[in-house]
Design a protein around this ligand. Structure first.
Ligand code: BGC
Length: 249
């Protein structure tokens, strides 16, 4: 028998979202539970997640997206989180609180996995290079070659004319600096042009909360490959984390 549902958790730089997901359709089975990431120490986040698991009385598989590099389960970076995460096995830290195994994956990789399965990348062919970029507090990336994930790409940290991409084009920068959609869209376009130059993708998927406002900045994008908004919107990370709980390699 295959597992039909899993709890997906998405730890973001600003908030943590979680919901049970139907793994056959990619639909959330409840509205996402949300709480702020701050304070972002391992202990505080693990306790908050335990609260959700207890609340839902969840007994099935659990997957979690983490906003940094995850290598063999261990957090190697923590740009927008407490540095206490560095070197910790994320699944183990969370698993100790919730009393069961938790599978951890980079948050943008999770969003990409979900979009390839159920969303904007579902019809991609075996030869296609697909780049997913999540524009949120920071910028996350997921790269797929022939539908296979190349994990832990960190394209939010490339430099464009001496400015880090996250500092140029994250969604948080638009609100922080009160940029118009046009001014910000042009920045995103510069960033995408650089990614196109480096990777020659066949498709670019834009995720994060801004995917819901895609039509406001799409007019300023001029890359050769098509650019689509994440079809699962800001829930892609939750759905991908849930898939990871049962499908991780
Ligand atoms: C981190 C990435 C993460 C992204 C989005 C970046 O600062 O380095 O690992 O995917 O933020 O959360």
């Amino acid at each position: 028998m295959t597992t039909q549902s899993a709890l997906g958790i998405d730890i973001g730089g600003t908030g943590i979202k979680a919901a049970p997901v139907d793994l056959t359709t990619g639909q959330l089975l409840t509205e996402p539970h949300y709480f702020p990431t701050q304070p972002s120490s391992p202990d505080m986040i693990a306790r908050a997640i335990r609260g959700i698991v207890t609340n839902l009385n969840w007994r099935g598989p659990i997957g979690c997206g983490y906003p940094g590099v995850i290598k063999n389960g261990v957090a190697l970076t923590a740009v927008h989180l407490s540095k206490e995460w560095l070197g910790l096995n994320v699944g183990e830290v969370l698993g100790r609180q919730v009393g069961r195994e938790v599978a951890a994956i980079n948050d943008a990789d999770a969003a990409g996995v979900a979009e390839l399965r159920f969303g904007a990348g579902k019809d991609c062919g075996p030869e296609d290079i697909v780049l997913m970029l999540t524009l949120g507090t920071g910028i996350g990336s997921a790269l797929f070659a022939g539908r296979t994930l190349v994990p832990n790409t960190e394209f939010g940290h490339v430099y464009i004319e001496s400015t880090e991409a996250e500092e140029l084009a994250a969604a948080s920068v638009r609100t922080r600096d009160e940029l118009s959609w046009e001014a910000w869209g042009q920045r995103v376009n510069r960033y995408l042009a650089e990614m196109e130059k480096l990777l020659s993708p066949d498709l670019i998927i834009i995720g994060g909360g801004v995917s819901e406002n895609f039509e406001l900045f799409q007019p300023f994008l001029s890359t050769r490959p098509p650019v689509f908004p994440a079809m699962l919107g800001n829930n892609a990370g939750i759905v991908g984390a849930a898939l990871w709980a049962v499908e991780r390699k």
